[in-house]
Design a protein around this ligand. Structure first.
Ligand code: URP
Ligand code: ZN
Ligand code: ZN
Length: 460
């Protein structure tokens, strides 16, 4: 199978130039000003950007959150990702308490089997690990699971204590795994939540009001200190506010290997949604909660200055009807999370590049290149180069995208961005040399995506 992409404006994190790109089987073999090579399939990309396929390092497909499981599995979730130009996801395999890490990873792999339409890798969520079991981490690294998520929130469910956090950080650093931290002070948040409920404050707006910025900043500070004592790098997931960013910036200014991602909902939405005390606000019960709009400028600035390195989606969808309603009488029971895997690129382009907040190359960097580097996928993923996987997005900067739950491909009954009209549109998506989305039509196949055993993090 060969494929020739003609007349594209190739944009990577480093370059921006006009070229033809030739693919044999699933890899890029030749890039040149004008290529005249026989090909089974030709894609005319004139007038469009050719970007590396996106790498989304934070998705929860088939993820159990206590009383329910996310509404997208690997089939629907990766299909939606493909429509948004994402060609690799790093999904969370979750350790049940006491479970051997290997078994948790095997469960995650089984849930992807025959379903994924794009390539995928896995992080492991550690919820419990005794000191004598730390060797399980080494086994996973040998098998390409080179990142670990730990929660400082959700006591009694997902939270690990500081001793576990420290020991896992230490071991991970020694064997080349990157720890991804959900930084919020869970015990303090629990006090605030219980107090609100005791006062009869049960509607979803109280989710936002019981998870203050300082709870995130304190945990970020603590995890940075633990990582420094453990002599290990650390990566913060879904960073949402200026106060937490200041902790990351201060650590980076001290030359510490500290990294962080933010997500589109923290860049584009704000806490005014919690002014509405109706149950509709359950759509925005995600964690950390949306913050005051003053934080937006800090996050965009962080992306420009490299204090934030990645934009992921934290795609963690639950339907408003039937799933979020579990918490109809008690906001603390609403499953936390929101949908987003389909619109990361379109939002970043329209609200970032067109709005003058990010350069085009920097957008590619935070969308594909740096997530690939940090999570051991580069240069196979995250760039367009000879030898790299043939994963691309042909993006039409003059197209438009209108977001609606009526038309999106995520298996969820609402959108965080309902009715938003954006500049730019995904025209064609190519995964491993095969066209899987073409002008709004899905041409991929469940099971065609491959599991990627990852290298050690580029930073560890
Ligand atoms: O609300 C969120 N983010 N749910 C998913 C779990 C997590 O914390 O990443
Ligand atoms: Zn989290
Ligand atoms: Zn998450």
């Amino acid at each position: 199978m060969s494929l020739l992409i003609k007349g594209a404006r190739v944009v990577t994190a480093a370059d921006d130039y006009l070229a033809d790109v030739y693919v044999a089987d699933d890899r890029v073999t030749t890039i040149g000003a004008t290529l005249d090579l026989p090909a089974d399939h030709i894609v005319d990309a004139a007038g469009c950007y050719l970007l590396p396929g996106g790498v989304d390092p934070h998705t929860h497909l088939g993820f159990n959150m206590g009383l329910t499981t996310t509404s997208d599995d690997y089939a629907s979730g990766t299909t939606a990702a493909a429509f948004g130009g994402t060609t690799t996801v790093v999904n969370f395999a979750q350790q049940k308490r006491g479970q051997h890490l290997r078994a948790a990873v095997d469960d995650g792999l089984a849930s992807a089997e025959g379903k994924a339409v794009i390539d995928y890798a896995q992080h492991i969520v550690i919820t419990e690990l005794a000191a004598e079991s730390l060797g399980q981490i080494d086994e996973l690294v040998d098998e390409g699971v080179t990142s670990i998520k730990m929660f400082m929130a959700y006591p009694g469910e997902l939270m690990v204590d500081d001793a576990t956090l420290f020991q896992v950080l230490e071991r991970a650093g020694q064997v080349g795994a990157l720890c991804c931290i959900h930084a919020e002070n869970g015990p303090v948040i629990d006090v605030l939540v219980r107090r609100a409920l005791a006062q009869g404050r049960t509607n979803p707006s109280w989710h936002g009001r019981t998870r203050p910025e300082l709870a995130e900043a304190e945990a970020t500070h603590r995890a940075i200190a633990l990582a420094e004592m453990a002599e290990s790098p650390v990566y913060f997931v879904h960073l949402s506010c200026a106060e937490a960013l200041a902790e990351v910036t201060a650590a980076r200014d001290r030359n510490r290997p500290v990294f962080a991602e933010t997500c589109p909902h923290y860049l584009f939405l704000d806490s005014s949604v919690y002014d509405d005390e109706s149950f509709d606000t359950a759509k925005y019960v995600l964690t950390p909660p949306l913050r005051d709009a003053r934080h937006h400028a800090h996050l965009w600035r962080g992306l420009r200055t490299d204090d934030l390195q990645v934009v992921s989606t934290d795609h963690c969808p639950f339907c408003l009807n039937g799933q979020k309603t579990i918490g109809a009488d008690d906001f603390s029971k609403i499953p936390n999370g929101g949908p987003g895997v389909e619109h990361r690129l379109q939002l970043l382009y329209s609200g970032g590049v067109v709005a003058g907040r990010l350069s085009l190359r920097r957008m590619v960097d935070v969308f594909a290149t740096t997530p690939a580097r940090l999570f051991g996928l580069f240069p196979r993923k995250g760039t367009i180069a000879v030898g790299s996987d043939a994963d691309f997005v042909v993006f039409d900067p003059n197209g438009t995208t209108t977001i609606s739950a009526e038309t999106h491909h995520m298996n969820v009954d609402y959108s965080l961005y309902e009715g938003w009209r954006l500049t730019g549109a995904v025209r064609t998506v190519i995964s491993g040399g095969r066209v899987i989305v073409d002008n709004g039509v899905f041409t991929g196949k469940p099971g065609a995506g491959c599991y990627i055993a990852r290298d050690a993090s580029g930073q560890v």
